[in-house]
Ligand binder design. Structure first.
Ligand code: SAM
Length: 348
C-alpha cells in the first residue's frame, strides 16, 4: 500500500492543497485553508517573537508532512540563515512537499527544497514513481506545474544520462548551477542568506533523540490528540523541552486541555495565539517574555480537574489506544472534580 491509498487530496478554501488521512480519519490541514492555517497559527506567532538581532534561526518542525510550516516560514522571513530539522514518519510526504499547490509562490525556494531532499538514487527512483502515480490517478491539478516540469525535465530527465556513480556530482552541479542562475532572483526575492533542511525519517519519539541542535522555534503539528495522542504526552513534551533554548518557543495549533496542562506541569510559560479574538492555538516558552497572551486563572484551575489529566507514555512506545485507555482509567479513579462540575461552579 503506498501513500496514494492512504490519503485523499482536497482543495481547501484558500485554494491550497490539503490532505486527509483515511487511516487516522483525520485531516492534515484545516479545510478553511492549508496555507492560511500555517500562516496564521504557526508563522505569525513565531514572527512576532523573533528578536531582531538574531542572525540565524534553528527550527524543529515536528510532523513536517507536506511542509507547510517550514515553507511558509522560509518564504516570509528575511535576513536570517535558517536551519530546519524536520521530523516525519512517512518519506512520501517529504517528496510531495515541494510539489503541491500551496499558495506559496516561490519556485526558487521549492526547487532548492527538491535538491535538498534528493540524496541518492533511491530518491530519484521514488520521485519517478510518484510523478507516474500523480499522472495515472489524474491528481495533477493538486500540484504546481512549474515544479513538476523542473523535477521531470531538469532533474529526473537529465539524470537518465548520468552514470549511476556520478549522482552526487550531478546533484552538486545542478544545485550550484541552479542556485547561481537564480542567485539574484532568489536572494532578492527572499532576502534569504541561505537555508538548509535536514529530514529525520521515523517516529518522532525516536528521531527527536537523533537531532543535535538546540532550537529557537519548535512547530508541533501532530494529528489531533483525541485521534492520536502519541505526540501530545507529557513524556514526549519533556523531550521537546530538552531540545529548546531558554529564549525559544514551542508553537502548535492545538489548544487541548491535556496538552496545555502538560506544558504547565513541565514548567513552561504558556499562552494562547489569538486570531480575531479567538483562541486558535498555543505558544509555550521557558522565558515569560515570549508569552504575549498568558493563560488565565480559569484555564489554570481547569487543569486541576479531570480534563487536565495529561496523556502519558513513560516508555515512549505506547500506541494511541493504550494512551487513551490509560488516561480514561486514571480519570475514573481520580479524586479530581469533573470538567462539568467545575463549569457549574465557575460562571466566568
Ligand atoms: C497533521 S499532519 C501535519 C501536517 C504538516 N505540518 C504539513 O504541513 O503538511 C501530521 C503529520 O505527522 C506525521 N506523523 C504522524 N505521527 C508521527 C510520528 N509519530 N512521528 C513522525 N511523524 C508523524 C504524519 O505522517 C503527518 O504527515
Amino acid at each position: 500500500m503506498d501513500i496514494f491509498d492512504q490519503i485523499e487530496f482536497i482543495t481547501t478554501e484558500d485554494s491550497s492543497t490539503g490532505l486527509y488521512s483515511k487511516h487516522i480519519q483525520d485531516i492534515f490541514h484545516s479545510k478553511s485553508g492549508a496555507f492560511k492555517e500555517s500562516y496564521e497559527k504557526f508563522f505569525l506567532p513565531a514572527r512576532n517573537l523573533i528578536p531582531e538581532c538574531m542572525k540565524s534561526i534553528n527550527i524543529l518542525d515536528i510532523c513536517y508532512g507536506i511542509g507547510y510550516n517550514s515553507k511558509t516560514f522560509l518564504n516570509n522571513t528575511k535576513d536570517y540563515f535558517i536551519h530546519i530539522d524536520a521530523l516525519e514518519n512517512n518519506k512520501e510526504f517529504i517528496y510531495l512537499s515541494p510539489l503541491v499547490k500551496d499558495n506559496i509562490v516561490n519556485d526558487v525556494l521549492k526547487k532548492q527544497i527538491i535538491l535538498q531532499i534528493i540524496k541518492d538514487n533511491d530518491d530519484i527512483n521514488e520521485y519517478g514513481k510518484i510523478l507516474n502515480k500523480i499522472k495515472m490517478l489524474k491528481l495533477i491539478h493538486f500540484f504546481e506545474p512549474n515544479i513538476i516540469n523542473f523535477l521531470q525535465n531538469e532533474v529526473i530527465g537529465s539524470y537518465k544520462n548520468i552514470p549511476v556513480d556520478k549522482l552526487n556530482q550531478f546533484l552538486h552541479n545542478i544545485y550550484y548551477n541552479y542556485i547561481s542562475d537564480n542567485n539574484n532572483y532568489a536572494f532578492n526575492r527572499n532576502s534569504h542568506k541561505d537555508f538548509e533542511i535536514n529530514y529525520y525519517l521515523g517516529d518522532a519519539r525516536k528521531t527527536i533523540l537523533q537531532v543535535k541542535n538546540q532550537y529557537d522555534i519548535v512547530f508541533l503539528d501532530a494529528f489531533s490528540s483525541q485521534k492520536d495522542p502519541t505526540l501530545w504526552t507529557v513524556d514526549f513534551l519533556y523531550l521537546i523541552k530538552s531540545k529548546m533554548k531558554k529564549n525559544s518557543m514551542l508553537i502548535s495549533y492545538s489548544k487541548s486541555t491535556p496538552f496545555r496542562s502538560a506544558l504547565i506541569e513541565l514548567g513552561f510559560y504558556v499562552g494562547k495565539t489569538y486570531i480575531d479574538s479567538i483562541d486558535m492555538g498555543t505558544v509555550a516558552s521557558l522565558n515569560k517574555k515570549f508569552i504575549l497572551n498568558p493563560l488565565n486563572e480559569f484555564d489554570l484551575q481547569l487543569f486541576q480537574t479531570r480534563a487536565g489529566i495529561t496523556y502519558k507514555d513513560p516508555s515512549l512506545s505506547f500506541d494511541s489506544s493504550t494512551i487513551l485507555l490509560n488516561r480514561k482509567i486514571e480519570s475514573e479513579s481520580s479524586s479530581r472534580i469533573s470538567h462539568t462540575q467545575f463549569l457549574k461552579f465557575n460562571s466566568y
